[in-house]
Ligand binder design. Structure first.
Ligand code: 5U1
Length: 685
């Protein structure tokens, strides 16, 4: 086949594929491939068409933005087309964009307006004489769907503009989206009702806007962020993009608080880096940042190509969702015996790293998503979160792929697997007999925040358990069981490493009660609970012998933690390990037990609100609890004091209404000092 014939065939094939996905994504709201995969197909087609421009046809997906409007909504013609954005995926592409702008404008440097690119649905809002008269989706960029009734249900969309200096006609362009918290709540609600979960916030926003019944839309946590304008009376707007955003804000429209003016490619790249660092902390999903030439005159000089302006570009973050294949489904046994199904994946670059495993959480999750070995799946890795399988591409399921079945015996030790009714987790019943649980328990025991045994890494723990040398954490301290020669002879160890490890083990013998308790790995006893228990009781024996009522006195200890503590200390093997550890020299200083200290604030209830200058709310909470006070989250008639820092919100108002005494930060500190003197610590035993 000649090269041109080959290109022609590839173009035809790509167009069919893109058209299919366009329909899935824009019309049906049922994306079957991740956005990054779609972008890649589009770029491939663009590249081929630029090699053979004579093959470009008006119906090519590169020549239009979206797809036909859904039947059921009226059509709206956009007076000014709703353009799309060109994408950049590397610093070099942003630099090339800036270079083109400088050359075309014949200037040495260009100023840009930069803002995050929200992952939502583009809309156009038309205001006439300040009233919202029409709202539409982008559709194919020229004709969209009329969704005014649905848009009106979004609280952040003003039905009437503020101020009086707005133009008679103002079309505003923006993104409708669902914030991360709203999305999580929406899916919790769907789960409760037994309805299908939304795949991602963008999909949920699109589905919500396309509801024919606005009452349903009104229940969805939609928001808007405005980023530009369409048709506007001439001369009504300022001369820069950044000032336009400020003007929109004055008129009561929501714009991005992250928008900034930056200079040249260097300024753009620095902005991209900074937003990238804060991406996970932002309350909404973004898939990149957008740079627009700031001066409107310069934008006009740059002009547009058919689907996108030449004066703007979106610099995309590495995709957080990608498609890959499940090689097999494995079971991992954790420290508490929990069996976690893990998908072993064909390596895939997602969220900036190569991923080969993704959690499938538990049996119910696998069943809900119907994930099977051999499936092609969409994998998500956002920030530092463990990669997970989002959904299955059912169309690519191989014949004969069998549904997943949770094993009835532990794949590591063969013990029975139990699932407590009402719990999602299946657990191996082998306890520390199970080498997998033993390994995880030892890793946890040695970890930095527990006994902090430097040099005792995961691999070494696995070797020690596999060799049968370490059966419990106490063996680590037993030089008869684990002499220097044995350690030195292990793979990748040697004399010096063995010496270092032994001295790290020796060093760890001197610890604190809180660290020791945390290191024991009792279920639900994290660092904070361990610390609270240690401070409250002062001595390990007192914790072991405490009854339920005494344990419940400790801040943040509830019935579940009590049950876990009691069953742990009731187990003879656990008590033997603790004795052996102490026998080998693990020790800690006793603490002046809080339970025996005077508790001058006993019986007083505090609510903390707003921001304090010299301490965090958590620090204030712990200081109050140490003096016997109870700290709760809501104000009632029973509240003794509300401590109000800066921007206190409604809790302060409620306190005033109920006549509860208010304290500022200085008054709180005074109270802590006075109460602290009344409970001056006695000498340590
Ligand atoms: N933040 C932002 N998103 N976004 C999307 N600005 C922005 N601008 C767009 C689009 C499609 O288009 C204009 C450049 C026309």
């Amino acid at each position: 086949m000649s090269p041109s014939r080959e290109i022609e065939q590839s173009i035809v094939h790509l167009r069919e594929e893109i058209n299919h996905h366009n329909h899935q994504y824009y019309v049906l709201d049922e994306p079957k491939i991740p956005d990054a995969e779609y972008d890649r197909l589009m770029r491939e087609l663009q590249a081929l068409e630029s090699q053979a421009p004579e093959l470009i046809t008006p119906d090519s997906p590169t020549q239009r933005v979206g797809s036909e409007p859904l039947a059921g909504f009226d059509e709206v013609a956009h007076t000014v087309p709703m353009l799309s954005l060109d994408n950049a995926f590397s610093d070099e592409e942003v630099m090339a964009f800036d270079k083109r702008a400088c050359e075309r404008l014949e200037v040495g440097a260009v100023a840009y307006c930069a803002e995050p690119k929200l992952d939502g649905l583009a809309v156009s809002l038309r205001y006439e004489h300040g009233f919202l008269v029409c709202a539409a989706t982008r559709g194919d960029g020229r004709v969209g769907e009329e969704i005014t009734q649905n848009i009106r249900t979004i609280a952040s969309v003003p039905l009437r503009l503020m101020g009086g200096d707005f133009p008679d006609v103002l079309e505003v362009r923006g993104e409708v989206y669902i914030p991360k918290a709203g999305f999580a709540a929406l899916n919790r609600h769907q789960l409760k009702k037994g309805e299908k979960l939304f795949v991602n916030p963008r999909n949920a926003a699109a589905g919500s806007l396309r509801q024919l019944d606005p009452k349903i839309t009104a229940t969805r946590p939609l928001e808007i962020c405005c980023y530009g304008v369409g048709a506007v009376d001439e001369g009504a707007l300022p001369e820069s993009q950044y000032e336009i955003l400020a003007r929109l804000k004055e008129w009561g429209l929501r714009t991005s608080p992250e928008a900034q003016q930056v200079n040249g490619a260097a300024g753009c790249l620095e902005y991209y880096r900074q937003i990238g660092e804060r991406r996970d902390a932002l309350p909404y999903e973004i898939d990149g940042v957008v740079f627009k030439i700031d001066k409107i005159k310069q934008q006009q000089m740059m002009g547009a190509v058919s689907r996108a302006p030449r004066w703007a570009i979106a610099y995309k973050f590495p995709a957080q969702e990608e498609m890959t294949k499940i090689i097999e489904i494995d079971i991992q046994v954790g420290r508490t015996g929990a069996l976690t199904p893990v998908a072993r994946l064909a390596p895939v670059f997602v969220g900036g790293v190569t991923v080969t495993n993704a959690t499938l959480h538990n049996e119910d999750e696998i069943r809900r998503k119907d994930v099977r070995s051999g499936d092609t799946v969409i994998v998500r890795r956002a920030g530092d979160v463990i990669p997970e399988v989002v959904s299955v591409v059912l169309a690519q399921r191989p014949d004969g792929a069998a549904p997943f079945v949770m094993p009835t015996t532990c794949p590591v030790c063969g013990s029975e697997v139990r699932r407590v009714e009402g719990e999602a987790v299946s657990r191996c019943s082998g306890g520390l007999y199970c080498p997998a649980q033993r390994k995880e328990a030892i890793k946890h025991f040695a970890s930095r925040r527990a006994m902090d045994i430097e040099g005792l890494g995961d691999k070494l723990v696995e070797q020690l358990v596999d060799a049968g040398w370490v059966k419990s954490v106490a063996d680590l301290y037993n030089r008869t069981v684990l002499p220097h020669e044995k350690l030195a002879g292990m793979a990748r160890m040697g004399d010096k490493s063995a010496k270092n490890l032994i001295s790290a083990i020796e060093k760890s013998k001197q610890t604190t009660l809180a660290r020791f308790l945390f290191a024991l790995g009792i279920r639900e006893v994290g660092e904070a609970t361990a610390e609270a228990l240690a401070n409250h009781f002062g001595q390990l024996d007192k914790i072991i012998s405490a009854d339920e009522a005494a344990l419940l006195q400790v801040a943040d200890v509830g019935p579940v933690v009590v049950a876990n503590l009691q069953s742990f200390f009731h187990e003879p093997h656990n008590r033997e390990v603790i004795s052996a550890l102490q026998h080998h020299g693990v020790h800690w200083p006793d603490i002046d037990a809080m339970a025996e200290r005077p508790q001058p604030l006993m019986g007083k209830t505090f609510v903390l609100t707003g921001t304090m200058e010299t301490m965090t709310r958590d620090e204030a909470k712990r200081a109050l609890q140490a003096l016997g006070a109870k700290v709760t989250g809501s104000v009632s008639k029973k509240t003794s004091y509300v401590v109000a820092g800066a921007d206190p919100g409604t809790k302060r108002e409620k306190a005033e209404k109920l006549g509860v005494e208010l304290l500022d930060e200085t008054a709180l500190k005074l109270l802590l000092v006075e109460a602290g003197q009344a409970s001056a610590p006695t000498a340590l035993s």
